[in-house]
Design a protein around this ligand. Structure first.
Ligand code: PMP
Length: 373
């Protein structure tokens, strides 16, 4: 007998606050040019593929056993990368200062499980990453959202006022911000840390793409024990399919997250593959330089052709402004170029792809929006 197909969500004892909700996710159609989820467009080389495959094969030899719950070797390597990335060794990160999970999405949900919860508030500033309210919902955390200024920066007085009013146990700042590309000055982070009664998360998923001279909040970790910086291998490391996100913070923060993590959440295969990819990071990180240049060129090109484009420290560009952005998005898709309809009304977001992909994007855009609107 088959399983009944006429049962709908309405027939189930679903949590009341989940009724009417949809699973999050951008469409995944099979089109030639995919510039919609801020992936790194360059797959690993044959050499790196072989190294990752060999590491996975080795891990498979003991796959009858549960994986190492603490994965300190991987955490040590992530710490070494972050130390190097954030100002040449000024901040020393021990393995115990690092925690990892299946993407920074899981990291963020673990943080809200540990520091949010019923009767507590998480606060951020929109437009920003659309998953945050879902982590809050999933953990029964009240969600409060402030606003960003017209240039997508966060006004410090507004942030301080809102935090004083709501006393959130979690503040999420995103730098560079998705979908706007805006990096936060460290003064803003410091002002928030000074007033926030709980933890302050700086989501640096795109930090490796920041422009020269833009600092990482990692440099604030020694002086700020309630600061948590999250990163991911999905973007700069060209490892979105591998699912590996991580955080840097005090050992106490890591201990808090270890209470709520599922046992063995990071599989032996995931650990081995991530460690191998990380050991060969120079290849992917060299591409980051190309992507940064391509991003800057894209912004220049958009502005020269009558579009508005937000400054970006990430691997994507928010541009517009369109009276009917949906028709522009659809027009690009009809020409085989998938971008993202997100952000404030009138704007669209394009991820930075390969040279050929960006040429296809520019050609299609000139067809669907000649004159920049
Ligand atoms: N933070 C931000 C700001 C993001 O844009 C994303 C991915 N789109 C993530 C976190 C999550 O990335 P992942 O789970 O792949 O690490």
């Amino acid at each position: 007998a088959s399983v009944p197909a006429d049962i709908s969500l309405a027939d189930l004892p679903l949590r009341e606050d989940l009724r009417g909700e949809q699973p999050y996710g951008a469409p995944q159609p099979d089109v030639p040019v995919r510039l919609n989820v801020n992936e790194n467009p360059y797959p690993p080389s044959a050499t790196v593929i072989a190294e990752i495959a060999a590491a996975v094969a080795e891990a498979t030899a003991s796959i009858n056993r549960y994986p190492d719950r603490e994965f300190l070797a991987l955490r040590a390597e992530l710490g070494r990368f972050l130390t190097a990335d954030s100002g040449g060794g000024l901040v020393r990160l021990e393995p115990e200062n690092i925690w990892a999970a299946n993407g920074s999405n899981e990291i963020m949900q673990q943080l809200l499980q540990a520091f949010g919860g019923p009767g507590r508030t998480a606060l951020s500033f929109a437009p920003t990453y659309s998953m945050y309210p879902e982590y809050a919902r999933n953990t029964h955390t009240r969600w409060v959202v402030g606003h960003r200024a017209a240039d997508f920066s966060i006004d410090t007085a507004h942030a301080v006022g809102l935090i004083s009013q709501h006393r959130p146990s979690v503040v999420i700042l995103t730098s560079p911000n998705n979908p706007t590309g805006t990096a936060l000055p460290l003064e803003t982070v410091r002002a928030v840390l000074a007033i926030a009664p709980g933890v302050v998360i700086v989501d640096e998923a795109y930090a490796e793409f920041r422009r020269d001279g833009v600092p990482s909040a990692v440099s604030l970790l020694p002086a700020h024990p309630r600061l948590i910086v999250t990163r991911t291998m999905s973007k700069a490391f060209a490892y979105a399919g591998g699912r590996l996100g991580y955080l840097a913070a005090t050992r106490a923060v890591v201990d808090a997250v270890r209470i709520v993590r599922l046992p063995y959440h990071l599989s032996a295969v995931a650990q081995a593959a991530a460690h191998a990819a990380l050991s060969h990071r120079s290849e992917a990180l060299a591409r980051v330089q190309d992507l940064r240049s391509a991003r800057d060129d894209t912004i220049t090109w958009l502005r020269e052709h009558g579009f508005s484009a937000a400054d970006s420290d990430a691997n994507f560009v928010l541009f517009g402004r369109f009276r009917d952005r949906h028709s522009r998005w659809q027009g690009l898709l009809d020409r085989g170029v998938l971008i993202r309809e997100t952000g404030p009304d009138g704007w669209l977001r394009v991820s930075v792809g390969t040279t050929a992909e960006m040429a296809a994007f520019r050609a299609a855009l000139l067809q669907v929006a000649p004159g920049g609107n």
